[in-house]
Design a protein around this ligand. Structure first.
Ligand SMILES: Cc1cc2nc3c(=O)[nH]c(=O)nc-3n(C[C@H](O)[C@H](O)[C@H](O)COP(=O)(O)OP(=O)(O)OC[C@H]3O[C@@H](n4cnc5c(N)ncnc54)[C@H](O)[C@@H]3O)c2cc1C
Length: 499
């Protein structure tokens, strides 16, 4: 694509994943992780880029404790892992991204040895994948085979393997191969587990704030708050493709009309910005709770520090007969402020509401969209129960301790758990591009997502990124990944009880 001065791009969503481009004087995007990543890359290629986001990140600095911040990217931390079962393409993308995180911290003059202030964006503290039983599950065997295939098997340590334990000891990882007792076993058995020494976590909000700074330095323009809130996309009949409409720009809540090429990267709100996404995406809620450790509780402070405690994920139940792996529950090491964050994704709750007239795809006239920020502060009973059980097994000192906070955090699930990054063929003249569908695993890709997405933005089918086939618009993909359930399904939050 020829880049000219009058072909600006606007991205809707500036936490990670949103773009839109403006044709006269402004290009627009949204400022989540996807949006930020793409904004930086497009600006580096010479596009004038404006990011539109309704959250006032210029005031909050992406602080996860700021009231009403409804963005998956605005969070203390997220897991970085390259373990992806048989999905080698995501394994490779995660490794590419991992390298970029390490390089980014190095550029900022921070290394593992030189990080007294906890400023690293990526902390390579390892991740313990705890199995449902005392044996390795099927998904785990697939992951180990994929690691073997890519020459990475020696970075993984199986707890039940004497050889792996020995290797872990010689490499300084053994103290993180933790034993957890399986309740009600006599004599007491422990869960098998695999320690992944490539994994760890990223400090998500800090990373967004850092990318925002880079974007500003490169000349990306940001509009936040009311003037960044996109009310609607503006459309007109196409003269080049008769019978089709094209998106000509966006209207923001302050009433201004921006004539731009548009990128939608609005995370779990993307379907509401562009209802053509309604078949492809569904918003669902993950349950998050925190426990607080006071710095004076020296034993706990030390035990749960990133240096001593790995990320732990636990698949509470084995793969079912239909071959489906159900969601897991996880905890991250304590943050510099003392928060232990626990996440439950065993049930990703849906919130079905009447869809606006004309929405291309609905289930019984409804679609699942995020609840308001106020309604997201309490967790449904099944989530509380699962987290309570998890705490009693994995964080025993906190049994009975009240949570410091609870929150529903919204996923943007796609039909197959892969992102959706492409032009929307329903509109003429490649006038709207989408960069969304993070499906619960997009945060780790912040440093490299923009590069792959910008390749698709510029070259479409001719792009060379190996992710192109997985991210393209896929109208024929069957509605799976839970999106087939619809209102009244087992995850419908209107049927869930609250304590
Ligand atoms: C509970 C949970 C746990 C997760 N855990 C992990 C993990 O461990 N590892 C990992 O890699 N990933 C994880 N993810 C996924 C990751 O967080 C997301 O893939 C990523 O943050 C998505 O970024 P985004 O930019 O697409 O969306 P968001 O971060 O949601 O950003 C969208 C932006 O769009 C803006 N916006 C929306 N509507 C409008 C509008 N009309 N006008 C203007 N602006 C608008 C919002 O204000 C927001 O800033 C998790 C997600 C969840 C929900």
């Amino acid at each position: 694509m020829q880049v000219t001065e009058n072909k600006p791009v606007a991205i809707i969503g500036g936490a990670y994943l949103a773009i839109c481009s403006v044709k006269e004087s402004i290009n627009k995007s949204i400022a989540g992780i996807f949006g930020l990543s793409l904004a930086v890359e497009l600006r580096s290629k010479g596009y004038p880029v404006t990011v539109f986001d309704r959250n006032a990140y210029d005031k909050t600095g992406y602080d996860p404790e700021s009231e009403d911040a409804q963005a998956a990217s605005v969070d203390l931390n997220k897991i970085l892992r390259a373990s992806y079962g048989t999905e080698l393409h995501y394994q490779r993308l995660a490794l590419e991204s991992r390298q970029a995180w390490v390089a980014c911290d190095k550029e900022r003059g921070i290394s593992e040895r030189n990080d007294q202030d906890d400023r690293r964006l990526f902390v390579n503290g390892g991740m313990l994948r705890v199995q449902p039983t005392d044996r390795l599950g099927e998904l785990e065997k697939e992951t180990l085979a994929s690691m073997e295939r890519d020459g990475l098997r020696d970075t993984q340590f199986v707890k039940s393997s004497p050889e792996d334990r020995h290797r872990a000891e010689s490499l300084g990882w053994k103290s993180k191969l933790l034993d957890f007792e399986i309740p009600d076993t006599e004599p007491g058995q422990t869960y098998d587990a695999v320690l992944d020494s490539l994994a760890g976590f990223v400090r998500c909000s800090n990373a967004c704030a850092y990318w925002h700074k880079i974007a500003v330095a490169k000349g990306v323009v940001f509009r936040f708050g009311k003037e960044g809130a996109v009310e609607s996309l503006v459309k007109a009949p196409s003269t080049l493709e008769p019978g089709k409409e094209k998106v000509t720009g966006i209207r923001s809540e302050d009433g201004a009309l921006h004539v731009v090429d548009t990128v939608v990267a609005a995370g779990s709100f993307s379907t509401q910005v562009l209802p053509n996404l309604s078949y492809h995406l569904e918003s669902s809620a993950g349950s998050v709770a925190t426990l607080k450790i006071d710095i004076n509780q020296t034993e706990l402070w030390d035990k749960y520090s990133p240096g001593k405690f790995p990320v732990i994920t636990w698949k509470a139940t084995p793969r079912d007969k239909a071959g489906k792996d159900t969601g897991s529950i996880y905890v991250l090491p304590r943050t510099p402020e003392g928060y232990l964050k626990i996440g439950y994704r065993g049930i990703k709750f849906t919130n079905f509401q009447p869809a606006p007239e004309g929405t291309p795809f609905t289930q019984d006239g409804k679609w699942s969209v995020p609840l308001s920020a106020d309604q997201c502060k309490t967790l449904p009973e099944p989530a509380i129960q699962a987290i309570t059980e998890f705490v009693s097994i994995f964080l025993p000192e906190f049994e009975g301790v009240p949570f410091s906070s609870t929150k529903l955090c919204w996923y943007t699930d796609s039909l197959d758990n892969s992102f959706v990054i492409d032009y929307v063929p329903d509109y003429a003249e490649k006038s709207v591009f989408v960069c969304t569908g993070g499906s619960g695993h997009g945060a780790k890709f912040l440093p490299v997502l923009g590069k792959h997405a910008a390749d698709i933005f510029e070259n479409g089918d001719k792009s060379t990124t190996y992710m192109r086939p997985f991210w393209q618009w896929r109208p024929d993909a069957p509605r799976r990944n839970g999106l087939e359930e619809g209102p009244g399904g087992p995850r419908d939050i209107s049927h869930a009880s609250f304590l």
